[in-house]
Design a protein around this ligand. Sequence first.
Ligand code: PMT
Length: 218
Amino acid sequence: VRSNGLAGKKVLVTAGGTKEPLDPVRYLGNHSSGKMGFALAQACAEAGAEVVLVHTQVELPLPLGVRSVFVRTAGEMYEEVTGRFPETDIVIKAAAVADYRPLTCSEQKIKKSGSHLTLELVPNPDILAELGRKKQHQFLVGFAAETENAVDNAFSKLQRKNADLLVVNDVTKPGAGFGTETNIVSLIFPDGSREDLPRMSKLDIAREIVRVIVSRQS
Ligand code: PMT
């Protein structure tokens, strides 16, 4: 029997990778498939929450009962997430958000010149950090995609972004991270404690994360 531990709660989940345009035909992106975020949206809906899923373009069916909000760039995701934040109880940020975007987006396709091309990048707003600064009653779950010192880096990320739970995946491990059906994660808590989960389907991991949120949030 499934718990309805999130009944009456408004949850916002982000999923997928942002695409930062360079010109009309090219973008800077990453390998996120959206699977982790979509699994989280499904698990939250199963637990009775009202779920809004802010996602980029992905090849996945929308989970039953979940409201979809489509975005392309980190800037659009920032607007949708921060705008909805005041009336949201729980935010889960599984999206892979570009830290940088091209300073300018060329109106025409950039021509090949035969010599080096240098792109100037500017930082995107850090959505999770902004929510961490603004949060009142909300419970904030961040993700961390790490390639080295996963747990140490994740703990400092949790503190920096004022999250209530950080889910870290070492994206270099087989069966973990981008595009896979499974993931291997550790849950990091603000008191420094940590729970390591074995390799499981992304949906089972999402259900574990929901269990932890239900037990921790007031
Ligand atoms: O989509 P899949 O193919 O299933 O892959 C899942 C995943 C690997 C993308 C997912 O499990 C994951 O790790 N997501 C977070 C990826 C990421 O951007 O990690 P980060 O360490 O760069 O960012 C840390 C946190 O800050 C994340 O919650 C991120 O959403 C958030 N962030 C980052 C940058 C930014 N400008 N704004 C943000 O809110």
